[in-house]
Design a protein around this ligand. Structure first.
Ligand code: ADP
Length: 531
């Protein structure tokens, strides 16, 4: 803003310039930025002729970028302004020196810029524990494990003895907790294709996201909503290998390729139909178990906005899961293909845009994901990896939550390696999930807010301008994503409602769906871009 510099050059000013024009520089003010709130270092410099300003960070001159730049207003005999930072993180903490120079002299002043704390992240199970503590920790863990096992055994006996409904609320298909690699739990048994849902295990906790293990700090949520051992056994449908004819590759999943295929004898009305099959090659014993558990979980989750699971094929290698085929692939790719930058290229030449999504279509997409989430919440199922890359798009803009495994290969930068092989989708995670690995229906709501942001940016990566450790810092310190350029205030308000720091203060997914419906009614319907 240069508006103050445009002043009429009056007689008095001329007088002033003539008689006061020879002033060496002095730095009158250099304000320490207030932690967390400020994104700028304010300064006032006097001097005539106007001094030339240079900034140094830890004694190195700062080159002006999009992320650090000086803004200033130039007055007759002084300069006032701000060294402005875009999304500063703890990497920006340090000494900032302002140097003001004119031919009469030099003035310098230094201030400490303290923007954010270094992020605090709970170490994972793989983190090294100092040796002297190991013994004590082992005893504590051992005792706790023993006590927990004892409690579970007693609980199991009680349930069996009285055979009635458990009042402990162990309900809903949540195959998210498992023991270490060979968790051959006595409760878990496979019998001619009938997979027992009783996979709750008191061993060291590891969250299974899809078919991958992630060590976690114990989270009682999973125990509360674990498998109900009194529930009828889940019958996973088995499909014969000769009924599946692969046609072409659709994508690469974390555990194997995904193919478009024709499947015979699946539909009662058609002799063959198109399906998507996920393959798992050369599975280890642990991978086989995870595969079975996931199949059982998917069999139990059925809703119009959850991708339809038809069954498995386990006679031979690779193991196969059969899903309904969603013609337009994953939602992230779809959003990018229908954004302002999308072009259809013919021989490397841009031909035409492939049709930008309008507001009503964005709301329609969001409300369908919300519908799927309402169902998941009703099943006490915490997804933990909601993101547009894990949703699928079918005919007529039909959207479903389509992945209970992580699509890490293509989107590997969306996940953060915390240590060893632990990968977390931190850009979609609320502070409590990042800090304590606490995943709940409320943390899924946070991720839904990020999904809304992805929709309104046509599939941009959240915090794309920041590195993973900076993202962790920003989120844990309470910063939230900015309003996308095309996003109406009412919708940004929903995002902000999802990003309340306190999980209890966040909007609930049913209310979000209602708000989206209200907004949809008020939005004129655009021409359907998908015939
Ligand atoms: P994984 O969960 O093993 O990482 P994904 O589910 O992410 O694998 O699948 C990889 C890619 O395959 C997706 O990004 C998507 O483009 C495609 N794909 C997966 N499932 C389907 C489906 N049901 N219909 C159409 N395409 C699919």
């Amino acid at each position: 803003s240069q508006n103050h510099s445009c002043r009429s050059f009056t007689f008095f000013s001329l007088f002033f310039v003539l008689f006061v024009s020879q002033v060496p520089p002095t730095i009158i003010r250099l304000k320490e930025p207030e932690r967390r709130h400020d994104t700028c270092i304010e300064f006032t410099v006097r001097g005539s002729p106007h001094p030339v300003l240079r900034w140094f960070y830890q004694d190195k001159e700062i080159s002006h970028t999009e992320y650090v730049r000086p803004d200033m207003d130039i007055y007759l005999d002084y300069i006032e302004g701000c060294l402005t930072f875009k999304n500063p993180t703890h990497h920006n903490n340090g000494n900032y020196t302002l140097e003001a120079r004119n031919y009469l002299g030099i003035a310098t002043s230094t201030v400490y810029g303290h923007f954010l704390e270094k992020p605090f992240v709970i170490p994972t199970a793989e983190t090294h524990i100092p040796e002297e503590d190991t013994f004590g920790v082992s005893i504590a863990v051992g005792l706790a494990g023993f006590a927990l096992s004892l409690m579970l055994v007693v609980l199991f006996l009680l349930i069996n003895k009285y055979g009635g409904r458990s009042k402990f609320g162990m309900k809903g298909p949540v195959a998210v907790i498992s023991g270490e690699e060979d968790s051959a739990s006595p409760l878990h048994h496979v019998n001619h294709g009938i997979i027992s849902p009783c996979t709750l295990d008191a061993g060291p906790a590891a969250v299974v996201i899809g078919m991958t293990r992630i060590p976690v700090i114990e989270n009682p949520q999973y125990f509360r909503h674990g498998h109900n051992c009194n529930k009828p056994t889940t019958y996973v449908q088995h499909i014969k290998r000769r009924d599946i004819i692969l046609k072409r590759e659709l994508g690469e999943g974390a555990f194997g390729k995904v193919f478009l295929a024709e499947c015979y004898n699946l539909s009662p009305t058609k002799d063959k139909m198109l399906v998507a099959v996920k393959t798992l090659k050369d599975p280890t014993l642990a991978a086989r178990k995870d595969f079975q558990r996931e199949a059982e979980l998917l069999t139990n989750l059925q809703h119009e906005h959850i991708v339809k699971f038809y069954g498995v094929c386990v006679d031979g290698d690779p193991l196969i899961m059969v899903f309904e085929y969603m013609k337009h692939g994953d939602l992230n790719k779809f959003l990018r293909a229908h954004g302002p930058d999308a072009m259809i290229l013919v021989d490397g030449q841009p031909l035409q845009t492939s049709g930008e999504l309008g507001l009503s279509q964005m709301l329609h997409i969001a409300s369908q994901i919300a519908a799927g989430m309402i169902y998941l919440a009703s099943q006490h199922f915490v997804h933990r990896d909601l993101a547009t890359r894990n949703c699928l798009v079918g005919n007529g803009l039909l959207v479903k939550i389509g992945d209970f495994g992580m699509s890490r290969d293509i989107y590997s930068t969306d996940y953060y390696r915390v240590g060893g092989h632990t990968m977390l989708p931190i850009r979609w995670m609320p502070p409590e999930s990042i800090m304590y690995r606490k995943f709940t229906t409320e943390s899924d709501v946070w991720s839904f807010g990020v999904i809304l942001w992805e929709i309104f940016t046509y599939g941009k990566q959240p915090w794309f301008q920041l590195a993973n450790n900076e993202v962790i810092e920003c989120i844990t310190q309470g910063r939230v994503l900015e309003r996308p350029r095309l996003c109406p205030k009412e919708i940004y308000d929903i995002m902000l409602g999802c990003w309340q720091r306190e999980p209890q203060q966040r909007l609930n997914i049913k209310d979000i769906q209602k708000m989206l419906f209200t907004l949809m009614k008020a939005t004129p319907v655009y021409l359907d871009i998908l015939g």
